[in-house]
Design a protein around this ligand. Structure first.
Ligand SMILES: Nc1ncnc2c1ncn2[C@@H]1O[C@H](COP(=O)(O)OP(=O)(O)OP(=O)(O)O)[C@@H](O)[C@H]1O
Ligand SMILES: Nc1ncnc2c1ncn2[C@@H]1O[C@H](COP(=O)(O)OP(=O)(O)OP(=O)(O)O)[C@@H](O)[C@H]1O
Ligand SMILES: [Mg+2]
Ligand SMILES: [Mg+2]
Lengths: 227, 227
């Protein structure tokens, strides 16, 4: 469902050329669950942003459901991002002027659900991540882990086919982290394609295979078929 | 060196009263290394903000080096915060218009070092957290873990007596996290008082004792004298 070929991502900072992704080739079959691990600064978030169509590669091809993403215009790309892909950002990216329910509802705007249905769905998602008691709080009135959970709930609002999670349990205690992982596993059971960056080897083992990134290259891929 | 008695912190949100810290009593001897653990939303960051004089309790006493903090005026409080306490925020709180070295230098402003000495110290700190190759990057050009490391370096700039760390390794891979923990242990060896919030039981075991927080109260304190 997702395939990247000879991907390079380089930043140009004045006189300095900084290659961050160097010749990455990866295939993510439909319904697969892949973890991505690697040292801080190795290019994991950069890779995920490319997969989520939030950024474009400097070189290489990105095939999303067999369509070359670089040939799509902005509207088509935007439609794909909003209906097919759910993204959980490493730094949450919540809107500070919207409360928990309103933040979760943001992607639903594209589905043209009625206000009542939209609110009902947002409440259901908030409860599924343990925030049933925080509907009206604003991001600055939430703990770090609560912000992370709002980001997770929001990523699921459109019932996307592909979920890209950038360290979804980084700010959560062990128990809450396990509940979120359980939620993600259920989505995998439903047939969704999951690509999850994590620093926690225990969490990576819940996936079907782990891609190990180092200095912008795939060092090795470890198959382990989940638990 | 740090003592809190009968501390309460309550938020007043319209008609709703939300008690977040309920009757917390804790003592942190000089030179001690304490970990704080607890579920997401249990009050850890709120407690740390109180300890760092970034917030005031709703009720209760906070004695910092035997002085009642509530009797200090804003200037005295500000002087303490900038010279005696180093704070690592859960969400980093970097200044987006300043690059890595400039962010680390911010607390040095209060020490009136010359521009050259200030820059030399910032470079040394950046290297100590593995960012010797990122001096001129801005926060939006850094990975999550790199941002976290800038926050750590900045907290050490003033060589503070007390270090308050809110999940200092949450965005770091295992190896980088261990390097940072090693750095923190060295500071402890130098006689600093360390209070560190963490979700990782492995990391907590590197401290001398772990305070377990639940629903805004100290559930238990576990002594384990570090490794
Ligand atoms: N300004 C505020 N107004 C209202 N409620 C708040 C405010 N700030 C925090 N809270 C609430 O206080 C509780 C404790 O927050 P705190 O940030 O201390 O939790 P935490 O233990 O650090 O959690 P985490 O592990 O997720 O970082 C949370 O449930 C949060 O919703
Ligand atoms: N806009 C940018 N300009 C220049 N360099 C950048 C930019 N964005 C990221 N980088 C650099 O690219 C490298 C990879 O960043 P990335 O965020 O992908 O790392 P990561 O693997 O997600 O790390 P972490 O585990 O710390 O989150 C980093 O070393 C970072 O400094
Ligand atoms: Mg990252
Ligand atoms: Mg917190």
């Amino acid at each position: 469902i997702v395939r990247i070929q000879d991907i390079r991502k380089t930043y140009f900072l004045g006189p300095v050329t900084l290659p961050v992704l160097k010749d990455v080739n990866l295939s993510f079959p439909e319904g697969s669950f892949t973890a991505i691990m690697g040292p801080s600064g190795s290019g994991k978030s950069t890779l995920l942003n490319l997969l989520g169509c939030l950024d474009r590669p400097t070189e290489g091809k990105y095939l999303l459901e067999d369509v070359d993403v670089s040939t799509m215009d902005d509207d088509a790309l935007s439609a794909i991002r909003n209906t097919r892909i759910g993204f959980i950002f490493q730094s949450f990216n919540l809107i500070s002027s919207l409360n928990v329910l309103e933040n979760i509802e943001v992607p639903l705007f594209y589905q043209h659900l009625g206000k009542q249905e939209s609110r009902r769905r947002a409440k259901e998602l908030a409860k599924s991540v343990g925030l049933g008691h925080r509907f009206n709080h604003y991001p600055n009135e939430l703990s770090g882990g609560e912000c992370q959970r709002v980001a997770i709930a929001r990523s699921l609002a459109n019932n996307p086919a592909i979920i890209l999670a950038d360290e979804p349990t980084g700010n959560l205690d062990t128990k809450t982290g396990e509940e979120i992982l359980h939620l993600i596993e259920n989505l995998h059971q439903e047939g969704k394609t999951i690509i999850m960056v994590t620093h926690d080897p225990e969490i990576a083992l819940e996936s079907e295979r782990t891609v190990h990134l180092r200095d912008g290259e795939v060092e090795r891929i470890e198959e382990h078929k989940g638990r």
